[in-house]
Design a protein around this ligand. Structure first.
Ligand code: FES
Length: 110
């Protein structure tokens, strides 16, 4: 698990882009006090979902480029033209800190 930010850095209904060395940026979302971590880059194009609109009632983020959408908790596409799911990472809150299991899984080559 890696620490990404503090819970206070992401107000309810908002998101925050997190850059970690050596990997694509992540997005931390706060849906009414529940935190979720996904890839920040839309699976349809090179857009940052942290620049998109969050619908906290539906738990959906709308991409700023073509208004595609994803369910934040599952990464499932929730609006055209997005068809490929967003990667979602397990989150753990430790005290005031938001941690996510973002380490790449090592796979042994056959
Ligand atoms: Fe996100 Fe097209 S880049 S919907």
């Amino acid at each position: 698990m890696k620490m990404l930010c503090n819970t206070g850095d992401v107000p309810a209904g908002e998101s925050r882009r997190i850059e970690l060395p050596g990997r694509p940026p992540l997005a931390v979302f706060n849906l009414d006090g529940s935190f979720y971590v996904t890839d920040d880059t839309c699976t349809h194009g090179d857009a940052s979902l942290c620049d998109g609109e969050i619908d906290t009632d539906d738990g959906v983020v709308e991409c700023p480029y073509h208004q595609g959408a994803f369910e934040i908790a599952t990464g499932r596409p929730a609006g055209a033209p997005c068809t490929v799911a967003l990667r979602v990472y397990p989150v753990e809150i430790r005290g005031e800190a938001v941690y996510a299991a973002v380490e790449e899984v090592e796979t042994a080559c056959p």
